[in-house]
Design a protein around this ligand. Structure first.
Ligand code: ADP
Length: 491
């Protein structure tokens, strides 16, 4: 059984759980420790004790550790990608791609350690300077989901450590393998005891312990809307209140206009809706298509979908891997039933598939004749199930695109500069893609959304400092002028 990493030691747990390969449920990736509340508290205490020294540690040391981590991840991308695809079910190229991105994120934040800047301004009073600097926040609890088993932990752990915070990391129950491998790399790179702690286990036990602890200063969470809301409530009602950042669901629109390049639109549709088995918060499950191209688009999409190979994530030639587990598969099938009951047309797919090994194989499904008020157009399904919604013209398409409780990503396929520019300005989403899939983002720029999708500052790129640091404003009277400690208007 693999262990948790607490206070600089690998620690046995009393409970363990199997990590199952969704492409072959007979294949157990490993038995992973499940921490108790007491173990989570020990990790929090260790991170709390380690904070004073780490928060003042040299930026060269932090740079060197993060750089080593990034370099090793990239050097081992094939092996780690294989492990990731085996436990999560995305295809091997997708798994290797995600691992590479995780490595690049660590390398990026290694560089950021050396670029922490402040500001210096004159005061409105004479002989006084004002300095604005950023300081670490404290112990940060990181709660991550199963759909990006290494990239999401990377984009939380790397900035947390770079900016001088200490970390308690709780990965999702379904994907402890990648989290464990990443932790081994961080430890091997020389992270001091207590600065980084891995506590695998249940959200209701380990996550809950972090939310309750007065020693945790901030929580960064990615997961479902319902859990996210509970996390935020606990952070703001606890004593002391915790800083909180949430990334949650999406129901991302992708608009296709009459003047779109049909090939580009179909490739964007296939990628956005079905790659990574549709299990991405940036996936598009609402493809909004104007009248003039609607029938041609649906025909080309369904034809392209029939050529998609759904099979074992590790087999070469597989385009779409399995759904992650039985409960997610049940949810997908349930929404396919709901779509039919609501009167939408299942134009393609939606059948369970049998393969050589027992796994959660689902044929990508596309609904047409969908109204934006239907549940399949409003609620996040998180599987390879997408809808096509017909629109009269660009204006109606934009209205439909924005008529959703979510606001993470949005896309438009068009050759019109006028419509593309209007959409960029008016899409109510954190990210807008023109002639590109709604998913697939760079690692050095901000990621996040609006409305029901996100809460708190952005993740990734330089914008990550907003969450992982706290601002200090310092005033100094230097004696080179009259002493005016207080003026009208100053507090
Ligand atoms: P998903 O559908 O991706 O599993 P969840 O929101 O259930 O979404 O899970 C995301 C993360 O939140 C996981 O690491 C999970 O263990 C954790 N989690 C679940 N319930 C709680 C909770 N009550 N408190 C804190 N964390 C939780």
């Amino acid at each position: 059984m693999t262990k948790n990493y607490i206070a600089g030691e690998w620690v046995n747990a009393t409970e363990a759980s199997p990590d199952i390969n969704p492409s072959n449920t007979g294949d157990v990736v490993g038995e992973f420790a499940r921490a108790s509340a007491a173990e989570a508290e020990a990790a929090i205490a260790a991170a709390h004790d380690a904070f004073p020294a780490w928060s003042r540690s040299s930026i060269q040391l932090r740079h060197d550790i993060l750089k080593k981590v990034g370099d090793e991840i990239i050097a081992r991308k094939d092996e780690l990608g294989r492990l990731l695809s085996r436990e999560e079910g995305k295809t091997l190229p997708e798994g290797i791609g995600e691992v590479t991105r995780a490595g690049q994120i660590f390398q990026f934040f290694a560089g950021e350690c050396l670029r922490m800047a402040g500001e210096k301004l004159p005061s409105v009073r004479p002989a006084i300077d004002v300095e604005i600097t950023r300081e670490p926040v404290g112990v940060i609890g990181l709660i991550t989901p199963w759909n990006f088993p290494i990239a999401i932990p990377a984009w939380k752990i790397a900035p947390a450590l770079a900016y001088g915070n200490t970390v308690v990391f709780k990965p999702a129950e379904l994907v402890p393998g990648s989290a464990h491998a990443l932790s081994e790399i961080i430890i091997k790179a020389g992270i001091p005891a207590g600065v980084f702690n891995l506590v695998m286990g249940r959200g209701s036990i380990v996550g809950e312990a972090m939310l309750k602890s007065p020693k945790v200063s901030a929580i960064s969470f990615t997961g479902s809307v319902s859990t996210g809301r509970q996390v935020a409530m606990k952070c703001v009602t606890g004593d002391p209140m915790k800083k909180v950042q949430l990334e949650m669901g999406g129901k991302n629109p992708m608009v296709v206009l009459d003047d779109a390049d049909l090939n580009v639109a179909v490739e964007c549709g296939i990628n956005s809706a079905f790659f990574s088995t549709g299990q991405r918060c940036t996936a598009s499950s609402r493809i909004i298509v104007t009248d003039g191209i609607h029938d041609r688009f649906v025909q080309a999409m369904t034809e392209r979908m029939r050529g998609l190979v759904v099979d074992d994530a590790l087999k070469s030639g597989t385009h779409i891997g399995p759904v992650v587990d039985q409960s997610q598969l049940d949810q997908d099938l349930n929404y396919i039933r709901i779509g039919k009951d609501e009167g939408a047309t299942l134009a393609q797919g939606g059948e369970l598939l049998k393969r050589d090994t027992p796994g959660f194989y689902l044929e990508p499904a596309l609904f047409t004749n969908v109204d934006n008020s239907m549940r399949i157009a409003r609620e996040e399904i998180f599987g390879p199930v997408a809808t096509v919604i017909r629109a009269r013209d660009y204006e109606e398409a934009l209205d439909i695109a924005n008529d959703t409780p979510f606001g993470l990503s949005s896309g438009i396929c068009t050759t019109s500069l006028k419509h593309a520019s209007h959409f960029k300005r008016n899409a109510e989403a954190g990210m807008v893609m023109v002639n590109l899939p709604t998913a697939g983002v760079d690692y050095h720029v901000p990621f996040g959304g609006r409305k029901g999708s996100s809460y708190g500052p952005r993740e990734q790129g330089r914008y990550a400092e907003e969450f992982y640091t706290t601002v200090k404003t310092a005033y100094t009277f230097d004696g080179n002028g009259p002493y005016v400690p207080k003026t009208k208007g100053s507090e």
